[in-house]
Write a protein that binds this ligand. Sequence first.
Ligand code: URA
Length: 294
Amino acid sequence: MDVTADRDFDDWADILAFHWEAGVDVAIGEVPVDRFAESAAEPSRPRAPAAPARDATAGQAGMAPRSPAPSRNQPAYSSAPATPTLVTQPPDEAVMGAREAARAATSLDELKAILDGFEGCALKRTASRLVFADGNPAAKVMFVGEAPGRDEDQQGLPFVGRSGKLLDLMLAAIGLDRTSAYIANVIPWRPPGNRTPTPQETSVCLPFIARQIELADPDILVCLGGPSAQALLGTTEGITKLRGRFMDYDTGTRTIRAIATFHPAYLLRTPLGKRFAWRDMLAVEALLAGKGGA
Ligand code: URA
């Protein structure tokens, strides 16, 4: 039966409104994909023995304990173009695969390519593209948000929507712009409908952003919002308590200063928070100028 027959303009407008209200706000393909048929067709993968390895991200928030690693013959990532079918992995294996994949990168370009071929995070399925970074990777200060939204997903760049415009103003307030700051997210794929990433999704993405910070090697890390601060600083403290204090962040090769501040999206909803974010930005400015940071 053709369910599209005999529908008029109002029917289509209602269907579109239903999708919008359900959180479907972007079309990511021309033809529908039957994910149930895809996963039914996936062969089950045997578990491989554990592989000993140095682990720069172990012990951070949300990281799972060591568990069997993916087989060497079946990496969780590939530099070949992504196939339409994502590997369905047990959660621990996906995290181990992510750690192994992130460690393999020796430059930011390599990390981006590895992440683009990584098949261990289901968010990749629903996002239109990878949102890796923007700004200057050689900058002294790196800002890390939570996850891309719709505009970022469409453009492939972090913080280009409304909160990005506010972030640009926050940068400008202390004499920075995208040539003097490096910007990324903990999660590099847009969660569908901007939902909160699951702890599992954050755990899988954490080794990549940790490696990205290590390779960019900034002097100062600024976590934008509670989820970013909690994931990167390994704490469950809320942003209101966390913000405004400099802390140590171990990149794996050295210890740098890190500070958390309110997320620009929160500041758009809560303008009263801007006075605190302003103080945090001034603290970053002072540290960049070689003053403060204690
Ligand atoms: N919010 C984020 O945390 N990151 C973006 O890139 C955009 C909005």
